[in-house]
Design a protein around this ligand. Structure first.
Ligand code: FE
Ligand code: FE
Ligand code: ZN
Length: 275
């Protein structure tokens, strides 16, 4: 069964998002755990989480993907910023236990001139301080576009982070089609080759989710500007090839395209029809 959805606003809670995604033709969704700029989170609404768990079971929502605030930086040169990232992520993961068995995605971080190796070490150190044996969430590193000093724009860098994490079974990767294109992986002309490389370097079994976005920029631009499906440099056919690929087809797919709800509804309907 195709698992497809989009990014939704979390302001009205889990049950609201679940009803909303079904209403626009999807069966999974992504949401920010708190203000994407990283403010404080609302207290967990336990009744809402419980209602959602039941609703998701009854209505075939197999999994959901939480996204950390994109401003978190576990490899900042400033120890106070690293500490804030660690405390925020630990709090997010405690809150995820109210909806166990789901995914939590984050941007590895920007090393801000410290160098990639230091960045990788600091990110892994943060994860080792946060992950626990008894947690029920899988934490995903997102493949990055490589703008500025972002860590995680090559499969090798992601692999190095994963290698240093002690609780390996709590970790995975989320591939963003816009980001990998902007990072220089040619999924338009050589999706098989890119996935073969991913498998050799990281292992396809580590891949747990896919962000399906078109890109405003050409291969290797290191930009990270998402585009609507079919209006960018990847094109609808590339996105469909990603969704149909035998190594990916069982994964959940999330649109993060520049759209409001009605635009997401159109893209979900189009991709489901063409798929
Ligand atoms: Fe992201
Ligand atoms: Fe993304
Ligand atoms: Zn992006």
């Amino acid at each position: 069964m195709l698992k497809i959805g989009c990014h939704l606003s979390a302001s009205k809670g889990y049950l609201y998002m679940a009803r909303e995604i079904l209403s626009i033709g999807g069966n999974t969704f992504q949401f920010f755990t708190r203000n994407p700029r990283g403010g404080s989170a609302k207290p967990v609404d336990e009744a809402d989480a419980a209602s959602f768990r039941q609703f998701a079971g009854e209505n075939g929502i197999p999994v959901i993907l939480a996204h950390a605030p994109y401003t978190l930086n576990g490899c900042s040169a400033d120890p106070a910023i690293r500490d804030f990232a660690a405390r925020t992520m630990a709090d997010d993961l405690r809150r995820m236990e109210y909806v166990p068995g789901n995914l939590y995605n984050f941007h590895p971080g920007s090393h801000v001139g410290q160098g990639t190796e230091t960045g990788i070490a600091q990110i892994a150190e943060m994860l080792n301080g946060i992950l626990t044996e008894d947690m029920h969430t899988t934490v995903l590193l997102e493949t990055m576009a490589g703008k500025g000093s972002e860590v995680g724009c090559t499969f090798e860098e992601l692999r190095e982070i994963l290698d240093r994490v002690k609780l390996q079974d709590k970790m995975g990767v989320c591939m963003d089609t816009c980001h990998v294109n902007d990072a220089g992986y040619d999924i338009v002309h050589d999706l098989d080759g890119v996935l073969t490389t991913f498998d050799r370097v990281i292992g396809l079994e580590r891949l747990k989710a896919v962000h399906i976005n078109d890109s405003k920029n050409p291969l290797g631009a290191h930009k990270d500007r998402h585009e609507k499906i079919g209006e960018g440099t990847l094109g609808t056919e590339t996105i469909l090839r990603v969704m149909r690929h035998e190594a990916l087809r069982n994964l959940p797919f999330y649109l993060e395209t520049p759209n409001e709800l009605d635009g997401y509804e159109r893209e979900i309907r189009m991709l489901k029809e063409l798929y």
